[in-house]
Design a protein around this ligand. Structure first.
Ligand SMILES: NC(=O)C1=CN([C@@H]2O[C@H](COP(=O)(O)OP(=O)(O)OC[C@H]3O[C@@H](n4cnc5c(N)ncnc54)[C@H](OP(=O)(O)O)[C@@H]3O)[C@@H](O)[C@H]2O)C=CC1
Ligand SMILES: O=CCCC(=O)O
Length: 292
């Protein structure tokens, strides 16, 4: 595969672009805070001064950005993707955004003769480092097939879900379920503790039963210690809950559990916990009245 551009070197983007470098891909990177490129340069990456410069140099460019506003800014703003995208060049946005944002980007890129694929991912920092992501792609099938050599390095499984928007929707449904589960898990840990049970024993019981899952196993011990090192920032989970609830509105789907979970994530953000891991929502349960 030709040289790959990579825009956005946060928790996920840094891990993913490092993985591409380790597997022999030539990678040109850009990040809004340019100093974040330094580590990648030490591992063989080249720096692009702007998103447009990266697009000009590379046949394919991946983006991994915070949210819809960031994804749109990198494409539409001065020195953005649109200034250099053209026929024969592909843009693959792996950020978690809503379908409308993906469609706006897709239409603008197509109008310039470029090619677009949305490909949000399931899996957090460690699966990104280990190339074990689940890739939820939608858009131009030919670009999906061209991207497979990179996707095979980045993930353990790739899905092609049809037209643009389906990848975004699938990702938001998955994260809505995950955010709702996290709140139930947090309340369960608190209930066990406050009713005189050992929360670690609860983790052991859960891990042997029908609801055993990697998230509980990985996050539980840290939550018991009130430790929330950011693998998936809470502010992004709350963004995903907000976008998922909007998707529910569009489709007249009642989602009272997700709405309650979103309120807890919003409360956590108001407590200044947005940059911690999304499991820090546990602090909102601990801070509730009567849980001194
Ligand atoms: N962390 C996780 O477990 C997972 C995250 N995701 C999704 O992946 C995306 C990235 O997540 P993650 O890496 O954790 O997030 P981070 O907050 O670690 O990184 C966000 C990236 O977006 C960039 N950015 C933010 N705002 C702008 C802007 N206005 N213009 C240009 N660049 C901007 C940041 O640049 P700068 O360094 O300058 O701030 C940084 O490169 C998000 O959509 C998230 O929902 C998906 C799966 C798992
Ligand atoms: O969007 C991030 C979700 C994190 C995960 O899938 O474990």
């Amino acid at each position: 595969m030709e040289e790959i551009g990579f825009l956005g070197l946060g928790i996920m983007g840094k891990a993913m672009s490092m993985n591409l470098l380790r597997h022999g891909f030539k990678v040109t990177v850009w990040n809004r805070t340019l100093s974040r490129c330094d580590d990648l340069v030490k591992h063989g990456a080249t720096i692009g001064e702007t998103p447009a410069a990266v697009i000009k140099k590379c046949k394919y460019t991946i983006a991994m950005l915070s949210d819809p506003a960031a994804a749109l800014s990198v494409v539409f703003d001065q020195h953005g993707v649109l200034e250099q995208i053209c026929s024969g060049k592909g843009y693959i946005d792996m950020s978690t955004v809503d379908a409308e944002t993906s469609s706006k980007i897709s239409e603008a890129i197509a109008a310039k003769g470029g090619h677009f694929l949305e490909a949000p991912v399931s899996g957090s920092k460690k699966p990104a480092e280990d190339g074990q992501l689940v890739i939820l792609a939608a858009g131009e099938k030919a670009l999906y097939e061209a991207a497979l050599p990179a996707f095979d390095v980045l993930g353990k499984k790739s899905f092609f879900l049809g037209h643009v928007g389906n990848g975004a929707k699938m990702k938001l449904v998955v994260n809505m379920i995950m955010g709702s589960m996290m709140n139930a898990f947090s309340e369960g840990l608190m209930l066990a503790d406050k009713s005189g049970l050992n929360p670690q024993t609860l983790l052991d019981v859960l891990d042997l039963g029908a609801i055993a899952n990697p998230m509980f196993k990985m996050k539980g011990p840290s939550m018991i210690q009130s430790s929330y090192p950011p693998a998936f920032p809470l502010k992004h989970q709350q963004k995903d809950m907000r976008l998922a609830l909007a998707l529910g509105d569009e489709n007249s789907v009642p989602m009272p559990v997700a709405a309650a979970a979103n309120e807890a994530f919003k409360k956590a953000r108001s407590m200044g916990l947005g940059d911690l891991d999304f499991s820090a929502v546990h602090e909102t349960v601990k801070s509730s009245k009567g849980s001194s």
